[in-house]
Write a protein that binds this ligand. Structure first.
Ligand code: SAM
Length: 272
C-alpha cells in the first residue's frame, strides 16, 4: 500500500465506524496529528487501536492523552479527571473577582488540582499571582507538574489531604472543584469506567470535602479573602448550611453556569 492508499484506508475506516463525516475528519486529525508526514503501517496500527478505544466508549481526551482547558493543552491520563467546561466558568469568574477585589500581589491555592487545569490557567492568565496547588493523589500531582512545566507556569505543588499541606501558610484566595457526587448517585458508565474514583465521590451526601474546606479555611486564609468553589445543584442546600455554620457573617453568592444550573459558589470573607 502506498502513502495515499494508507491515508484513504484510515479515513474510510473512521467513516465506516458510524461517525459522521466531519467528526471522522476531526478524529483523523487528532489521532494522526501528521498532516504532511509519511504515514507508516505502525501509525495505522496505532490509529486502529485508538479508534477501537473510542468506538468502545473511552473518552477521546484519554485516548489522545490531551484535553483543552481555557485554550491550554493539558496532558491527561486515567489518574486525573478530564477538566470540564463548567470549571472554565469557575476560573473565568474567579479571575474577574480577583481583579475587582484585590489590588496587591495575591496568593491563591487550588485544592484537589487533578491535571492542574485550574491552577495553571490562573497562573497563565494572571502571571503576577502566587499559585499553590494540592492533591491527595501523587499520580495526579505528577501529571499536573508535567503540565505546569510544559506550559511554563510557576506553581508550587503540595501533596496531602485537603488543607493539611497548607499549615502555617496564608492565602488570599482558595479555589477548588472537590469531588462532590453523593455515594449512591448514578452517573454515566463512561465516567465510572474511565475517571479516577477519588476525583468523583464526596461521601454519603456529597458534602464531605466542602465541610473540610470551609471548616478549616479561616486558618489558611488572610482576614480579607475569597473562596471560589465548584458545586452541583443537588447539594446547594447542604452547602448553604455549612456556610452558615462557618461563614455566617460573610456575603456569599451562588452562580449559575451557561446552561442555567447552579454550579459555582463564591464566599466573600470580610469583603463588602
Ligand atoms: C473533581 S476532581 C477536580 C480536578 C481538577 N481540579 C479539575 O477541576 O479538573 C477532584 C480532585 O480532588 C482530589 N482529591 C480527592 N480527595 C482529596 C483530598 N482528600 N485531598 C486533596 N485532594 C483530593 C482528586 O484526586 C481530584 O484530583
Amino acid at each position: 500500500m502506498d502513502k495515499n492508499e494508507l491515508i484513504l484506508s484510515s479515513k474510510l475506516k473512521l467513516r465506516q465506524s458510524n461517525l459522521n463525516e466531519q467528526l471522522a475528519d476531526n478524529l483523523y486529525k487528532c489521532l494522526f496529528n501528521c498532516n504532511n508526514q509519511i504515514i507508516t503501517i505502525d501509525m495505522i496500527e496505532e490509529y486502529n487501536k485508538k479508534l477501537t478505544k473510542i468506538i468502545k466508549g473511552e473518552p477521546i481526551q484519554y485516548v489522545i492523552s490531551n484535553a483543552n482547558f481555557y485554550g491550554y493543552d493539558l496532558q491527561v491520563n486515567n489518574d486525573v479527571l478530564i477538566p470540564r467546561f463548567e470549571t472554565e466558568e469557575l476560573v473565568y469568574y474567579t479571575l474577574k473577582y480577583i481583579k475587582s477585589i484585590f489590588n496587591n500581589k495575591i496568593s491563591i491555592v487550588d485544592i484537589g488540582t487533578g491535571s492542574g487545569a485550574i491552577a495553571i490557567t490562573l497562573k497563565k492568565e494572571m502571571p503576577e499571582l502566587v499559585v499553590y496547588a494540592t492533591d491527595i493523589s501523587d499520580k495526579a500531582i505528577t501529571v499536573a507538574q508535567k503540565n505546569a512545566s510544559a506550559l511554563n507556569a510557576d506553581i508550587t505543588f503540595l501533596s496531602g489531604d485537603m488543607l493539611k499541606p497548607l499549615e502555617n501558610k496564608k492565602f488570599d484566595v482558595i479555589i477548588s472543584n472537590p469531588p462532590y457526587l453523593k455515594k449512591e448517585q448514578e452517573i454515566e458508565k463512561v465516567v465510572i469506567d474511565n475517571e479516577p474514583i477519588m476525583a468523583l465521590y464526596g461521601g454519603i451526601d456529597g458534602l464531605k470535602y466542602y465541610k473540610k474546606i470551609l471548616k478549616g479555611a479561616k486558618k489558611v486564609l488572610k482576614k480579607r479573602s475569597l473562596i471560589c468553589l465548584e458545586i452541583s445543584e443537588e447539594i446547594k442546600e447542604g452547602i448553604e448550611k455549612i456556610i452558615i455554620k462557618y461563614f455566617n457573617s460573610s456575603r456569599y453568592e451562588f452562580k449559575k453556569d451557561m446552561s442555567g444550573r447552579t454550579r459555582m459558589l463564591f464566599i466573600f470573607n470580610n469583603i463588602e
